[in-house]
Design a protein. Sequence first.
Length: 246
Amino acid sequence: MSTTAVAPTPYLKLPLSFDLARLQEDLQRVASAQWINHFNTSAYEKGWGCIPLRSVDGRVDHIMPVEGGHFEDTPLLARCPYFRHAIEQFQCEKTSVRLMGLEAGGMIHEHRDDGGALEDGLTRLHIPVQTSPQALFRIDGEEVHFSAGDAWYLNASCLHGAHNRGAQARIHLMIDCVTNPWLTQLFLAAGGVLREDPPYGDASLNDDNVQQAIARLLDHGHAVGAQLAARLQEIHARRTGTAARP
């Protein structure tokens, strides 16, 4: 008997929306600031840059990802009362917050950001501030438009890229959140599906091949291997409704 896991959610529109005119007013308050080109220049064509609103030590010149860094609001965010209001609606800790701009005609090549899913502890949210229906993500092979003023979750560990075929830059307010119960509940209430943990503790094992792994462990004749084989057999019996072997 083989069971099929439900695929985790690659993207999701969340039940939060914001006043687009007020978002765009705040965009104008900082649009003249220095846009910083994304550091991975091979990952895109034409312009892809950002304005940091929350960064390591609150620096306006810092966009490098730093795990465990001390994040603070930048002086630019102080100019933007409605951006702050939008960010505060998410009842969780925030790390990096940026305006991300993709020029008209720009393209972000498909890639994966390891550890970029809600289940990994990082929840990446997008609020489009300036966009058009011609600005599209491609996520796991599906083209998707993130509508303006709405809050969207992107599972960045999925294969994803973007192409802005519109006549103006596509600009998103991007918020990196630390996953917590409130955020998880928001995700689930919107219809999100969480990634299942590997049933046998190893992503390479499944109901179809676990018996072979058990046999290999027992063939080695080691006590630790026998204990692990017994645990795997118990899990398999529980999952398939068969009696565990003695």
